[in-house]
Design a protein around this ligand. Structure first.
Ligand code: G6P
Ligand code: ZN
Length: 543
């Protein structure tokens, strides 16, 4: 057993964002870059000798290299055992489950989620804590502080291990177990959902299409949907994980999953369509002829969760990120449970889930999940939908319409202006921030501003506060515009403009989303001068 101390210098900018450290692959390929970051994680958390670490990634280019580096560094830092997914692949929700199931002290998840992969694409490293969830801000801040002063990293002097065989090996004094995370995850899903009811519906003719986008969920989806639930072979499309996701952008939205969308809107649509992202935590839900926005999906799932065995006793509360529509709030009110509004980022749900204050969580960015793990979970959302469809025996469209007729409809869209100049983005935010106090009472077209603020959150469990989490402009009647800069981009800045128009039950519930939001688009421009600041006449992506 030989530990080598490699002298190092800090790399600037190793600051974890919304979801870990995310940079171009070339940045991670710099000698010592990944190593110093991983060492900074271990220094910041203080590794307990002999503890267990989970390591896995979404299979993107550079995954195997960093896994081997991480194993050697973990061994040199005193871990007793590393659990690594076969082929280096573990979906993010499965990693969360493995951390919890095997009582690991934490995990390193190597992913840039829905960002493109390949040598020209993105890579990322995220540390999750013992509850299975992303490290809270106090931990990510400590990691960042450490990256700024680090002067060495430690590594066991050992050869690469075989990541492909389910086996146990030794790296210095540390044991490395290559595990089949698909089996563990599938068993968890079977314990939460009524697989028998879904199988009956499949036998009776229910059909679906699942697009794994050549990313991590392929093996999980084939095992669960085709092998265990009996959907026809071929139900899972693009099911083989590829290092570059086949050159596609593994983001399950209407732009990047356009083939699935076209199928679901066409004459040959199956009953149900779904997709997941690079690391398996996001979901896209489309019924035959009916796209369900992530915000609506959260609300519908929360309202129907009791139909799944894992939630039959009812849910304790709902949590949503601030930019997510208020559709879920109305469900919480009807159920008589609290609804928490948190900053963007799954890490903010962790304390609420641990404390039993919330059972179901969701974000407008296509994330939905529950207290079964501490990450959002793409296949979980798909299976809960399938469970609900099977028990209710109705179409997605019918279920969604019935929901709106009871709660009203939150027309919703997010407009993204990608890779804009950071200085221009900051100027826009600064200007709107300065204008906030004068906005209440202002009339913009037919809209009247009711309130405006910069969102600040105090965690009701641990009391920690996070300020400057997005600018909210609320209008009379329940409509809203939110301005926020993304914390996950790797190029310049991305401005997100979240638009939400509320139509109460009994009102016009069947409008085109674009029409329903046009007054809010105009209001957003009037308030923020988006064209002037960004030089863009239109958003790059509308989701
Ligand atoms: C990741 C995080 C989510 C977050 C999303 C968008 O998927 O896990 O919690 O909502 O990114 O974040 P952004 O900062 O880019 O808006
Ligand atoms: Zn993801």
């Amino acid at each position: 057993m030989t530990v080598i101390t490699h002298l190092a210098r800090p790399f600037p900018g190793q600051k974890p964002g919304t979801s870990g450290l995310r940079k171009k692959v070339q940045v991670f390929q710099q000698p010592g870059y990944a190593e110093t970051f991983i060492q900074s994680v271990f220094d910041a958390i203080g590794v307990e000798a002999g503890s267990t670490l989970v390591i896995g990634g979404d299979g993107r280019f550079h995954n195997r290299t960093v896994i081997q580096q991480a194993i050697r560094i973990a061994a040199a830092n005193g871990y007793g055992r590393v659990l690594v997914g076969q082929g280096g692949i573990v979906s993010t929700p499965a990693a969360s489950h493995v951390i919890r199931k095997y009582r690991a002290s934490g995990g390193l998840i190597l992913s840039a989620s829905h960002n493109p992969g390949g040598p020209e694409g993105d890579f990322g490293i995220k540390y999750n804590i013992a509850n299975g969830g992303p490290a809270p801000e106090a931990v990510t801040e400590a990691i960042y502080a450490r990256t700024q002063v680090i002067n060495r990293w430690l590594a066991e002097d050992s050869a690469d291990i075989d990541l492909d065989a389910i086996d146990v090996s030794q790296v210095g004094a540390m044991t490395v177990e290559v595990i089949d995370s698909v089996a563990d995850y599938a068993a968890l899903m079977e314990s939460v959902f009524d697989f028998a009811a879904i199988r009956r519906a499949v036998d009776a003719g229910m059909t679906m299409a699942f697009d794994a986008m050549s990313a991590v969920t392929g093996p999980y989806a084939v095992e669960i949907l085709e092998r265990r639930l009996g959907f026809a072979p071929g139900t899972v499309r693009n099911g083989e994980p590829l290092e570059d996701f086949g050159g596609h952008h593994p983001d399950p939205n209407l732009v990047h999953a356009h083939q699935l969308h076209a199928l679901m809107m066409g004459p040959d649509a199956p009953d149900f369509g779904a997709a997941s992202d690079g690391d398996g935590d996001r979901n896209l839900i489309i019924g035959r002829g009916r796209f369900v926005t992530p915000s609506d999906s959260l609300a519908v799932l929360a309202a129907n969760a009791h139909l799944a065995p894992g939630y039959a006793a009812g849910i304790k509360g709902i949590a949503r990120s601030m930019p997510t529509s208020a559709a879920a709030d109305r469900v919480a009110e009807a159920l008589g449970v609290p609804c928490f509004e948190t900053p963007t980022g799954w890490k903010f749900f962790g304390t609420l889930l641990d404390a039993g204050k919330a059972t179901i969580c969701g974000e407008e960015s296509a994330g939905t999940g529950s207290d079964h793990v501490r990450e959002k979970d793409g296949l979980w959302a798909v299976l809960l939908w399938l469970n609900v469809l099977s028990v209710r025996g109705q179409s997605v469209d019918a279920i969604v319409r019935e929901h709106w007729s009871r709660f009203g409809r939150n027309y919703y869209a997010r407009h993204d202006y990608e890779a804009i100049d950071s200085a221009a983005a900051n100027a826009l935010i600064a200007e709107v921030t300065a204008a906030l106090p004068a906005l209440p009472g202002r009339r913009i077209g037919a809209l009247v501003v009711a309130a405006a603020d910069s969102f600040s959150y105090t965690d009701p469990v641990d009391g920690s506060t996070s300020a400057n989490q997005g600018l909210r402009v609320m209008f009379e009647g329940g409509s809203r515009v939110v301005f926020r800069l993304s914390g996950t981009g790797t190029e310049g800045a991305t401005l997100r403009v979240y638009l939400e128009a509320y139509e109460p039950a009994g009102g016009a519930l069947d409008r085109e989303t674009g029409d329903a939001l046009s007054a809010l688009v105009a209001a957003a421009e009037a308030i923020a001068g988006i064209v002037r600041h960004t030089g863009r006449a239109a958003p790059d992506v509308v989701t």
